[in-house]
Ligand binder design. Structure first.
Ligand code: CDP
Ligand code: CDP
Length: 222
């Protein structure tokens, strides 16, 4: 029997992580934050003095990542980097290293290994296309650029970071553009993904919508 997989993708700060985590928690499924792996790679590369554009060096860093996920916390080489990987600077680095094919290949099996019984909710760009093309439910979660910039701004302020709404809006736009235009795993809605626009929707409603779709899907295939 194949493992149940829900793949959630969409642009930055649309709420993918929050919604995916809650859905996983309600269903008792594992959760894969694939973006964290690219963020960890960007951070580890920076620490190793590797340029984010140096495909060979960054892929070697990705291959050797010494990472442990424990609930909300993540350690890199034993050091707690849960907060360090969430900065906008590392987000930009993640989007740069994620555009390198050898880096994506280096992280592929590590991501597939998260699919364990009873199921997995995976969040990130190529979840439904490359990592888990067999996913029973694929969701493209989005929100307007203004709503997303506002969410990221509040999220950073909440973490005590200095944040500037105009700079975040510009960063998000540049990151969206880079993610959409890149030849490998571009940001786009797959033909078999369901669209969830959360511009005017709270987290609970978004979670309930995904759970409703999952229920429909499970009944249809039972
Ligand atoms: O939360 P946000 O969408 O800003 O970022 P994230 O999910 O933490 O991912 C950071 C960056 O990694 C994204 O901008 C993507 O360029 C890249 N990424 C990717 O290419 N493939 C994935 N499966 C996940 C993230
Ligand atoms: O993973 P991604 O970058 O797509 O977004 P996130 O980190 O899950 O969400 C970004 C912020 O938006 C978080 O602080 C969420 O609590 C918030 N959010 C929201 O206010 N309303 C939603 N419908 C979804 C997320």
């Amino acid at each position: 029997m194949s493992i149940s997989v829900i793949a959630i993708d969409g642009p930055s700060a649309s709420g993918k992580g929050t919604v995916a985590q809650r859905v996983a928690s309600v269903l008792g499924f594992h959760y894969l934050d694939s973006g964290a792996l690219y963020r960890l790679t960007a951070l580890a590369a920076e620490k190793a003095g590797a340029d984010w554009a140096d495909e060979g060096a960054v892929a070697a860093v990705a291959e050797a990542l010494d990472v442990v996920f424990a609930g909300e916390a993540v350690t890199l080489g034993g050091e707690d980097v849960s907060l360090a990987i969430r900065s906008e600077h590392i987000g930009v680095g993640a989007s740069k290293v994620a555009a390198l094919p050898a880096v994506r290949t280096a992280l592929l099996q590590r991501q597939r290994d998260f699919a364990q019984a009873p199921g997995l909710v995976g969040d990130g760009r190529d979840m439904g296309e490359v990592i888990f093309p067999q996913a029973q439910l694929k969701v493209f979660l989005t929100a307007s650029a203004e709503a997303r910039a506002e969410r990221r701004y509040k999220q950073l302020l909440g973490r005590g970071e200095v944040a500037d709404l105009a700079a975040i809006t510009a960063d998000l736009a540049a990151r969206d553009e880079r993610d959409r235009q890149r030849p490998v795993a571009p940001l786009r809605q797959l033909p078999d993904a369901r669209l969830l626009d959360t511009t005017a929707m709270g987290i609970e409603e978004a979670v309930a919508t995904v759970l409703g779709w999952w229920q429909e899907q499970s009944q249809a295939t039972a």
